[in-house]
Design a binder for this molecule. Structure first.
Ligand code: PLP
Length: 392
């Protein structure tokens, strides 16, 4: 390592990758006279369906909306239980409550950060209706094991693939494996529409029901109502939501999708550089550990794991030291049961020892396509410098 020199400008933790093409696509929609859900959203849906190799895709204004709608369309409600991971964004658990059902949490596998399929069956009761695997950081869960358990107990599998756009399990794209998969196009996700989401499915009736619920369950789309041959008449067939993705945002997604291979390739390149370097840093533990013949991650996150036994500082101090060196970081995630609102479930942190251990020593480093090689080197040398300074 060359002698450490502090970076002059702050390296943000995450930035979207936006080109002139996305900007032009948005202004085209602004000029078109049709801003809300219409032909551009439909085009984005078919492009995503094609990309993830799923027969159907339904657009939403967030991944949260997509997951809530999927649960509602499957008629999951009060009295039902849904199993998921505590190492996730609050949205995964919130949607279970929106549906009126009860969340049940399963501890993670320390090698991947994904919930441990071996622990799922212990939590299954007569009330269990659904399991929501979260592909932590973009590393797919072991979907063969999960599908087998779900089939045996007749459970809906709804994948939270907010981090996993473009990821693969056993040469199958995430989005083509389960009954339902939800993607996020939030500003920091692998591809973005600012805010947005998509649900992919192989079930045409389920797709229709989700699409209907996404727009107040009205019998015709607004864009059919106001188009040339549209009629004024419509009916409300159920209690739906206002979750549709406007063309204004879908237009960004269409362009981002054209760039997805370049975007994800760059993420993988940065991850490789980090991994190849960090493997020789004794104050870090190697993560994630997975079989690259089976799993292809989307590298939404790059979570470091500190080996706290070899350091004189804790995770929070390490984060501050990186901040002082102008490196932006984050922590994924504060476990669900730590949030004040979720105290009501009386979840005991000692029931999730691997999640606790992970949370106490993880730091997510910047990983996004517009980072230069220089940026990556700066992050690496800052990590090295902090590690050396606080080595036991
Ligand atoms: C971002 C995220 C979501 C929510 O996505 P939105 O599109 O913001 O609703 C859900 N789950 C995980 C794991 C996420 O990181």
């Amino acid at each position: 390592m060359s002698p450490y020199s502090r970076r002059k400008t702050f390296l943000p933790f995450a930035l979207p990758s936006i080109t002139i093409d996305e900007i032009n696509a948005v202004t085209d929609v602004l000029r078109s006279g049709w801003l809300t859900t219409g032909s551009v959203a439909t085009k984005f849906e078919s492009l995503v369906a094609e990309y993830v190799n799923a027969p159907y895709a339904v657009s939403f204004n967030s991944c949260t909306a997509a997951m809530h709608t999927a649960l509602a369309a499957w008629e999951i409600g009060p009295g039902d239980e849904v199993i998921t991971s505590p190492l996730t964004f609050c949205s995964t658990v919130a949607v279970i409550e929106y549906a009126g059902a009860t969340p049940v949490l399963v501890d993670i596998d320390p090698e991947t950060g994904n919930f441990n399929p071996k622990l799922i069956e212990k939590k299954i009761t007569a009330k269990t209706k659904c399991v929501i695997p979260v592909h932590y950081g973009g590393l797919p869960c072991h979907m063969d094991l999960i599908s087998e358990i779900a089939e045996k107990h007749d459970l809906l599998v709804l994948e939270d693939a907010a981090h996993a756009f473009g990821a693969e399990f056993n040469n199958r794209k995430v989005g083509s494996i389960s009954k339902a998969t939800a993607f996020s196009f939030y500003a920091t996700k692998n591809i973005t529409t600012g805010e947005g989401g998509m649900l992919s499915t192989s079930d045409p009736e389920f797709a229709d029901r989700c699409r209907s619920l996404s727009l107040h369950a009205i019998s015709k789309d607004a864009w059919q109502r106001y188009a040339e041959k549209g009629k004024w008449f419509y009916q409300v067939d159920a209690l739906g939501f206002k979750y549709n993705l406007p063309d204004l945002l879908a237009a960004i997604g269409v362009v981002q999708l054209e760039r997805i291979d370049t975007i994800n390739r760059r993420r993988a390149e940065i991850a490789k550089k980090y991994n190849d370097t960090f493997i020789s840093f004794d104050f870090l533990d190697y993560f994630p550990r997975y079989d690259s013949k089976i799993l292809k991650p989307a590298w939404h996150l790059f979570p470091l794991l500190l080996n706290l036994d070899s350091l004189t500082i804790n995770r929070d101090c390490f984060v501050n030291e990186l901040q002082e060196r102008n490196i932006g970081t984050s922590v994924h995630f504060i476990p669900i049961y730590h949030h004040p609102y979720y105290k009501r479930y009386l979840w005991d942190p000692s029931d999730f020892p691997n999640t606790e251990k992970h949370f106490n020593r993880t730091i997510s480093l910047p990983i996004y396509p517009d980072m230069s090689d220089h940026d990556v080197d700066d992050a690496i040398s800052a990590v090295y410098d902090v590690g050396q300074k606080f080595l036991k």
